[in-house]
Design a protein around this ligand. Structure first.
Ligand code: NDP
Ligand code: 8X3
Length: 254
């Protein structure tokens, strides 16, 4: 029987690439996000190209009630989630604390920390009952270092690192694996979102060096979730060859 994996934030970037690679490797998928039309076309594409089954849950992870209601709609045969990939997340803005946009702060904290907690609470309760499961939290180099004006985003990803450790301790007795996957710069919609649609500014983030691509992180996630039952990858930092630490880039290519 195929394992069921729930991927949050499957409408773009790392979540979308992970959906494809897991579907190609014998998993059935629950895909989530706010942009329903993207979820519908992703389901159609995956079901046409692989023998995976895909179930859509369309909700805003910042909203606890919406998240709970969405999970309640899962039919019996989709209820036993084997793997939860906490990927939905974002950075909004880049500014000093004294002139930071408080709406941006709330969006990052609500998505990257509270959203991750809301869904983890629901899914882990069922994993504990079954005595097995795997939670993969998408952290960041920003969860390990703080860079200028990245204050709140970095804080949310440091929280993801702390929550990963906390979950691992809490779930130790219940056979549940918990992993953090922390990427460096990945060329996705991330910077477009951070800079609110400013394409030039988003493009400049990846200028002159070869970044990671979503596929690179999807391949890492595939590796992490296909280890034998007795092996857990605790924490994996994946960087572009052209990036050292959070703000040192070899931009000699451009
Ligand atoms: P994208 O912007 O390409 O994708 C982000 C995904 O998160 C989308 O599917 C989006 O779906 C979803 N999402 C955002 N807000 C919400 C919300 N409120 N409710 C539900 N879903 C939401 O970025 P990435 O693929 O790069 O980012 C994925 C993860 O990787 C994030 O946690 C990010 O912090 C992390 N990361 C990214 C790096 C990078 O350089 N790109 C590096 C390190 C970590 P929708 O808008 O449809 O709701
Ligand atoms: C995303 C990468 O370096 O912009 O987590 O924070 S970075």
């Amino acid at each position: 029987m195929k394992k069921i994996v729930l991927i949050t934030g499957a409408t773009a970037g790392i979540g979308e690439a992970t959906s494809h690679i897991l579907a190609q490797n014998n998993f059935n998928l629950i895909i989530t996000g706010r942009r329903n039309e993207r979820l519908v076309s992703l389901k159609e594409k995956i079901e046409n190209e692989t023998d995976a089954n895909v179930f859509i849950l369309n909700f805003d992870i910042r909203n606890r009630t919406e998240t709970e209601k969405a999970l309640e709609t899962l039919p019996e045969n989709w209820n036993n989630i084997d793997i939860l990939i906490n990927n939905a997340g974002l950075a909004a803005g880049l500014s000093r604390i004294d002139n930071g946009d408080t709406d941006d702060w709330e969006q990052m904290i609500d998505t990257n920390i509270k959203g991750l907690l809301f869904i983890s609470r629901l899914v882990s309760a069922k994993m504990i009952k079954r005595g097995e499961g795997h939670i993969v939290n998408i952290s960041s180099i920003a969860g390990k270092e703080t860079y200028p004006m990245g204050n709140v985003y970095c804080a949310t990803k440091h929280a993801v690192q702390a929550l990963t450790k906390g979950m691992r301790i809490d779930f130790l007795k219940y056979g549940i694996k918990v992993t953090s996957v922390a990427p460096g710069a990945v060329d996705t919609e991330f910077s477009l979102v951070r800079f609110k649609g400013d394409e030039q500014r988003a493009k400049s983030v990846y200028h002159g060096f070869t970044p990671l691509y979503a596929q690179d992180i999807a391949e890492t996630i595939l590796f992490v979730v296909t280890r034998p039952k007795h092996v857990n990858i605790d924490d994996i930092l994946v960087m572009p060859t052209d990036q050292a630490y959070s703000r040192d880039f070899n931009r000699e290519k451009g």
